[in-house]
Design a protein around this ligand. Sequence first.
Ligand SMILES: [Zn+2]
Ligand SMILES: [Zn+2]
Length: 189
Amino acid sequence: MDAKVKAQFEKVDNLRIHFLNELHAKCYCNEKHAVVTSLNLLNSSEAHNREMGVRLESIADADAYADCMAEVRSILQASELVYASPNVAVQYLEPRTEPLPKVGFCIRCGKEQRCNPDGPLCVEDFKVWVRHEDPDFPEQCCHTCGKRSKVSMAHPLCSTCEQRYHTALVQLDAERNSGGLLAWRTWRV
Ligand SMILES: [Zn+2]
Ligand SMILES: [Zn+2]
């Protein structure tokens, strides 16, 4: 790597650079979106070339997004790590396949119950909630870890648990959408 380019990369936090010979694919992605495109990260590409790309969303295009990320992981596995910034903290692109736990907690009273992000209130509290059916009404406890956190019917898991069970939650959304069920959790979309 050219020293000037290397100096620029060294200013970026949480960066890893991998090398794979003859790699020609271009994909820009995070946990919500992936863009597969002919565009290179060069000024000249954007300014002078005619490019196309496809944007996938992790929930709306769950199957295609999962296939795309599997390919990205396979490229990374085959590649050689050539640079990592000293402060790399995020384990990026790891498959998050942890299944949902069997036992969860009522997001209002914290009582143990069967884990179901589509029904995160105990029967008693659900009867109260349906009077207003407000998916964003603030509740008390994360449905999966039971810790005090800012949750609601629309977002029953704390942000740590949302990350941890990401794949399972995406699957749940996909199943619900394909079954044509209109559960309250789709209201947030
Ligand atoms: Zn309850
Ligand atoms: Zn949690």
